[in-house]
Design a protein around this ligand. Structure first.
Ligand code: URA
Ligand code: SF4
Length: 188
């Protein structure tokens, strides 16, 4: 059953399904277009996102904005979310039980939006959504189709800030996303 946006957002705002609820300031459900053809999924809120209750608004978010713009898209026409909706302390990687507890919300968001393409930003999103054994440096840039949705694993913008030499590969991955968008448009 596909639930309503109202019920998903209400549930997230009050959620205590994992320990991350204890240390959060704000939940960060995600934001963007409810009819987006492309969704970007990161790991979890950082300090800026926890403070604002909005996804990707810090340094990595500014780079994501540039990446989206370079694709000829705007933040308003895509949807941006994270695997976990509450900030992990010290920005550590979410624990398996935290990801497990939170993933139903992201799945509900997928069901409501029904995007054609999901861009997995970094290993955490790619492992949670594609395959737990995935290795981002090895497996990025290759399409995985799941239930009619095209999934593209690529680097997280924070990884690109740490190592600018990864930007070229990330851009190649985003160009594949642009080409797929065009291809799917022509099929419609
Ligand atoms: N990093 C993420 O994975 N998500 C955000 O929302 C911000 C930074
Ligand atoms: Fe609930 Fe997800 Fe926050 Fe955990 S991270 S408390 S499951 S909303």
């Amino acid at each position: 059953m596909v639930v309503s946006w109202q019920s998903v957002l209400d549930e997230i705002s009050q959620c205590e399904k994992c320990e991350l609820c204890r240390t959060r300031t704000h939940t960060v459900p995600g934001e963007g277009n409810y009819h987006a053809r492309v969704m970007f999924v990161g790991e979890g809120p950082g300090a800026d996102e926890d403070r604002m209750g909005r996804p990707f608004v810090g340094r990595a978010g500014q780079l994501l904005d540039k990446m989206i713009a370079a694709m000829g898209l705007t933040r308003e026409e895509v949807y941006i979310a994270n695997v976990v909706k509450c900030r992990p302390p010290q920005n550590r990687t979410p624990l398996p039980e935290e990801t497990f507890a939170c993933l139903p919300y992201l799945r509900a968001q997928f069901a409501l939006i029904r995007p054609q393409i999901i861009v997995c930003l970094g290993a955490t999103a790619a492992k949670a959504l594609i395959n737990p054994e995935l290795c981002i440096t090895r497996d990025r840039g290759v399409w995985v189709e799941k239930k009619g949705v095209w999934m593209m694993p690529t680097y997280h913008p924070a990884a690109l800030l740490r190592d600018v030499s990864k930007k070229r590969e990330a851009w190649e991955d985003l160009q594949l996303v642009m080409a797929k968008l065009k291809e799917l448009e022509n099929e419609q």
